[in-house]
Unconditional design. Structure first.
Length: 201
C-alpha cells in the first residue's frame, strides 16, 4: 500500500506540470495543410492509456492497454517512435519506447527496481532520452529525483544532475532538451530553472 500511495502521489504531481514543462518534439511536416498526429494519455476506459488522434478531430486509436497507468507521451523528432512513462508492477514507474503504431514496446528502465522514472524527453539526435528518476534513493513519501539520460543503443544510464540534497522536498525533474544546441543543453525544473551539459558525467 505504501508503494501504491507513493506512485499515486508522483502521478498527481506530474499531471498538472506535464502540460507546462514536458518535452515538445518539433518536426517539419513539409505541407501547410498537413494534420500531424497527436499523442495523448486518457483514462476513458478506466485506466490511463496512450492514444493517437489527429488535429482534425478524427477517431482516436488506442496504442497501449494497461490496467495501471501510462502517461506523458512524447514524439521522437522523426515521428517514428513515442516515449512515455508507465507504472510497471507495484514498485516501479518506468520509461518506455514504442513505434508510432504502438508496436515494439521496450521498457528502458526495468532493471532498476523500486524506482520511479518520469518526464521523458528525446534528444535532438533521437539516440538518447532524458528523464527524471529516484534511482539511488529509497524510503517512503516523495523521494528526491535527478535527471538522467539513457542511451537507446546500449541501455546505459548517465546521471546529469546531482543535488542539492535538502531532504525530500527537492526534485530535479521535467527535462527539456534544447533543439538549437545539438545534444548539449537541457533545461529542467528544480525550484529554479537550471541548465546542464548533457555530456556531464
Amino acid at each position: 500500500m505504501q508503494s501504491l500511495r507513493r506512485i499515486s502521489a508522483l502521478l498527481t504531481l506530474a499531471v498538472p506540470l506535464v502540460f507546462l514543462l514536458s518535452c515538445q518534439s518539433e518536426s517539419d511536416s513539409g505541407s501547410s495543410d498537413a494534420t500531424p498526429d497527436i499523442v495523448f494519455s486518457s483514462s476513458r476506459t478506466g485506466y490511463p492509456n496512450i492514444y493517437l488522434t489527429d488535429s482534425g478531430g478524427g477517431a482516436s486509436l488506442q496504442l497501449t492497454d494497461t490496467n495501471l497507468s501510462d502517461g506523458e507521451p512524447v514524439w521522437s523528432n522523426d515521428g517514428e517512435r513515442i516515449a512515455y512513462s508507465g507504472v510497471f508492477g507495484a514498485d516501479n514507474i518506468d520509461i518506455f519506447v514504442m513505434d508510432a503504431d504502438g508496436s515494439n514496446r521496450v521498457n528502458l528502465t526495468a532493471e532498476i527496481l523500486r524506482t520511479y522514472s518520469q518526464a521523458p524527453c528525446w534528444s535532438p539526435s533521437g539516440d538518447r532520452i532524458a528523464f527524471s528518476s529516484t534511482r539511488g534513493f529509497s524510503g517512503f513519501g516523495v523521494l528526491p529525483q535527478e535527471i538522467w539520460a539513457v542511451n537507446l543503443a546500449d541501455g546505459e544510464w548517465t546521471q546529469l544532475t546531482e543535488g542539492p540534497y535538502e531532504g525530500d522536498d527537492y526534485l530535479n525533474t521535467f527535462p527539456s532538451w534544447s533543439p538549437l544546441d545539438g545534444d548539449g543543453r537541457i533545461a529542467l525544473s528544480s525550484c529554479l530553472l537550471y541548465t546542464s551539459d548533457a555530456a556531464d558525467e
